[in-house]
Design a protein around this ligand. Structure first.
Ligand code: NZQ
Ligand code: ZN
Length: 384
């Protein structure tokens, strides 16, 4: 195993009523100015926003609204939030939403504390922000696990690049499965597929045999698939949504990655596809994964066979490609997109666009076999 240090900064409040429990316990530790951040309006329509405002006001806080955070949040939106946070002398940022709202707030928290351009700081000068405004997260769309890590995925529209930035990890996270009940089914499934992808991408990174993290990752994958099937049968199955919510956090809270290398090549391809198309993250992954895995299945045959057996119930020792077939069949069973043309996109997805994606995405050296740019292009073309 690789050496590692494991310590977690995020306190999790899980279960129905967790927002009240969390805010009553946490708010006294912060000053009066709270920036309440949300997306395009879902939490204002379903009442979650008003309930949180009441809890904040009851605790004597002054609330500054930072709304309209879009899916695949942009660097420009980060700057808007940072300006607001500075102007209102914000003491705590509370993100209420899915991965997009949480990620945007993580970078706002750091940008508000410095005049330096954070994108330049991280990607040109390879330095990390030294100071952040504390933040908390109330999850209303689960899947990314953003609530339990210090990374944020931000799109620079100018540079046509969607990239992971290091940022503030939430000090506390509220995971109330009932908050996800108003999510459209397509988002429930794309979020859950994102979780499955995180566990798979961690598992397929090069690791020693019998790595404990591999075994935990397989359990998270199996549980995610079981509970996706349960919500497909009954969209209001709160037990299934609870499991999916914790699966999401488990897949991205560092536990699965301890002591091992990870892969995340499918994510790198999807992020660049997102930079050019603004497509939904989990849906993009659903399209890319089978094509990527068909290409590398022969490079990690035992691992694919084990995934097929544990996660999809295939016989022991089945061919690696059978596991990929089972994954592709599961994606179709969930009604997730299987072709690039089915993604909602702001641009026409043609071979020219795919070439740009292939030429600009990061290539990961720790997957079963590093890909060339031409292979990434071929994988993407196989998804047309
Ligand atoms: O914008 P509103 O109106 O709030 O609607 C949102 C949005 O349309 C809606 N929604 C959220 N909660 C709802 C709800 N609708 C009804 N009822 C509710 N309770 O859901 C839609 C999607 O939200 P979004 O936050 O964009 O989705 P998701 O959670 O999948 O986040 C995607 C972003 O996270 C990044 C992705 O790249 C993408 O930018 N990721 C972040 C990661 C991280 N920080 O660890 C890891 C992931 O791999 C991922 O890259
Ligand atoms: Zn993801």
């Amino acid at each position: 195993m690789q050496s590692f240090v494991y310590s977690y900064p995020t306190k999790v409040y899980f279960g129905q009523g967790a927002a009240r429990q969390a805010l009553e316990a946490e708010l006294a530790s912060y000053g009066p100015g709270v920036m309440l951040a949300c997306g395009g309006g879902s939490v204002k329509r379903n009442g979650i926003y008003d309930a949180i405002v009441k809890l904040l006001r009851d605790a004597g806080k002054t609330v500054t609204d930072f709304g309209g955070i879009m899916s695949n949040p942009t660097y420009a939106k980060v700057q808007e939030g940072a300006k607001l946070a500075r102007a209102h002398k914000i003491d705590l940022i509370l993100a209420v939403g899915g991965g997009s709202v949480i990620d945007c707030c993580k970078i706002v928290a750091a940008q508000a504390k410095t005049d330096e351009d954070l994108w330049e700081m991280e990607f040109t000068h390879h330095r990390l922000p030294a100071d952040v405004i504390p933040m908390g997260a109330v999850v209303t769309a689960s899947g990314t696990g953003a609530e339990m890590n210090g990374g944020a995925v931000i799109t620079s529209e100018g540079q046509k690049r969607k990239a992971g930035m290091a940022a503030a990890a939430p000090r506390f996270a509220v995971l109330d499965p009932a908050y996800t009940l108003t999510l459209p089914m397509s988002q429930v499934l794309s979020g859950a597929f994102d979780t499955l992808s995180h566990a798979m991408e961690t598992y397929f990174g090069r690791s020693d045999a019998d790595n404990v993290s591999d075994d935990v990752a397989l359990a998270v994958m199996r549980n995610t698939v079981v509970n996706m099937r349960r919500v497909l049968k009954d969209k209001d199955d709160l037990e299934a949504r609870s499991n999916l919510m914790w699966d999401a956090a488990m897949a991205e809270n560092g536990i699965l990655k301890a002591g091992r290398k990870t892969d995340f090549q499918a994510h790198q391809i999807e992020h660049q596809l997102g930079a050019y198309t603004d497509c939904n993250h989990g849906q993009g992954l659903a399209v890319i994964h089978p094509a990527y895995y068909r290409r590398i299945a022969g490079d990690a045959p035992e691992k694919f066979a084990r995934l097929g057996q544990v996660v999809f119930g295939l016989p022991a020792g089945a061919a690696p490609q059978a596991a990929v077939d089972a994954l592709a069949a599961f994606i179709a069973e969930c009604g997730l997109p299987t072709r690039l043309g089915q993604l909602r996109s702001t641009a026409v997805i043609d071979k020219d666009l795919l070439r740009k994606v292939a030429d600009s995405c990061s290539l990961i050296p720790t997957n079963p076999r590093p890909l060339t740019r031409d292979e990434v292009y071929d994988i993407l073309c196989a998804c047309l």
